[in-house]
Design a protein. Structure first.
Lengths: 140, 114
């Protein structure tokens, strides 16, 4: 790849059944581009967890995916409620998701830890009442 | 083990993917929590779950899982099945409960992944 490629997705906050469409789209794009399967899987899982978080915790947002020859950079930005204690939110099993979300198969408090696990680098910036931006890099 | 063999052992209905039953599947993961499934991404080829919604198919897609087994006689809706069809994922439905389903497959040699 000579040029960097950028894709942008608007994530709707009110349709849980459609959550994951952007991640699915990125996954098939990377496949078409012949990116290594292991890297695709990492991107797919990390982005999917982030996308789900946007839908269940932040009423949607935008995801930007920048693909270069040696890195995939993800930026997930929302204007949701923000995270008061990021350290706590990162703990395995910590979740503020309501029972309704749990009955849908999410809200086990494993999303952020999964994102950390599958990315080579992850940062969370969040201001309560303003929003959250998560960035992740997966090296190729 | 072929998916066909698994289907026979579980006396399962093939809801989708009759033409794909000769595919091999060696590692199984069972859970109703999708983040738990996503946390153990290596080498799983089958997902056993009691959860019936589109996110089960999405989770399977992210992990390249080739077969989903719905337990307790639960059936996914048409939209969920359509999604699985587009992704060429085999969908089986068994009336066995989760524990029994896992037990039968374990007894016959299937294991959880690394
Ligand atoms: N984008 C977000 N906006 C606001 N809060 C968030 C966001 N992402 C995560 N959180 C908070 O961090 C907690 C842990 O997130 P996560 O590990 O993904 O677990 P889960 O989504 O299962 O609750 C959430 O329960 C929520 O309180
Ligand atoms: Mg989450």
């Amino acid at each position: 790849m000579a040029e960097n490629l950028t894709f942008r997705y608007k994530i709707s906050g009110d349709d849980f059944t459609r959550a994951g469409e952007a991640s699915s789209n990125v996954k098939s794009k990377l496949k078409q581009m012949g990116v290594d399967n292991n890297a695709i899987r990492k991107v797919a899982i990390a982005m999917y967890e982030g996308e789900i978080n946007m839908v269940i915790h932040a009423n949607g947002g935008t995801i930007t995916v920048e693909i270069s020859s040696d890195n995939i950079h993800l930026v997930l930005a929302d204007t949701g409620p923000g995270i008061a204690d990021i350290e706590k939110a990162m703990r395995e099993g910590y979740s503020t998701a309501p029972e309704e979300v749990r009955s849908l198969g999410f809200g086990a408090g494993m999303g952020l830890p999964n994102m950390k696990k599958y990315s080579d680098n992850m940062t969370i910036e969040s201001v309560v009442g303003v929003g959250t931006t998560v960035t992740m890099d997966i090296h190729l | 083990m072929t998916i066909r063999k698994i289907q026979e052992l579980l006396d399962a209905d093939v809801l989708l993917g009759n033409e794909l039953l000769d595919k091999n599947a060696d590692f199984v993961f069972s859970s109703d929590m999708m983040s738990d499934v996503l946390a153990f991404a290596d080498e799983q080829s089958i997902l056993i779950t009691g959860l019936c919604n589109p996110q089960v198919v999405r989770t399977a897609e992210m992990l390249d899982i080739i077969c989903i087994i719905f337990v307790r006689g639960k059936l996914p809706d048409a939209h969920t099945l359509e999604m699985a069809k587009e992704r060429k994922i085999v969908v089986l439905g068994t009336s066995h409960k989760m524990f029994t389903t896992c037990g039968i497959l374990y007894e016959n040699g299937l294991r959880g992944g690394a």
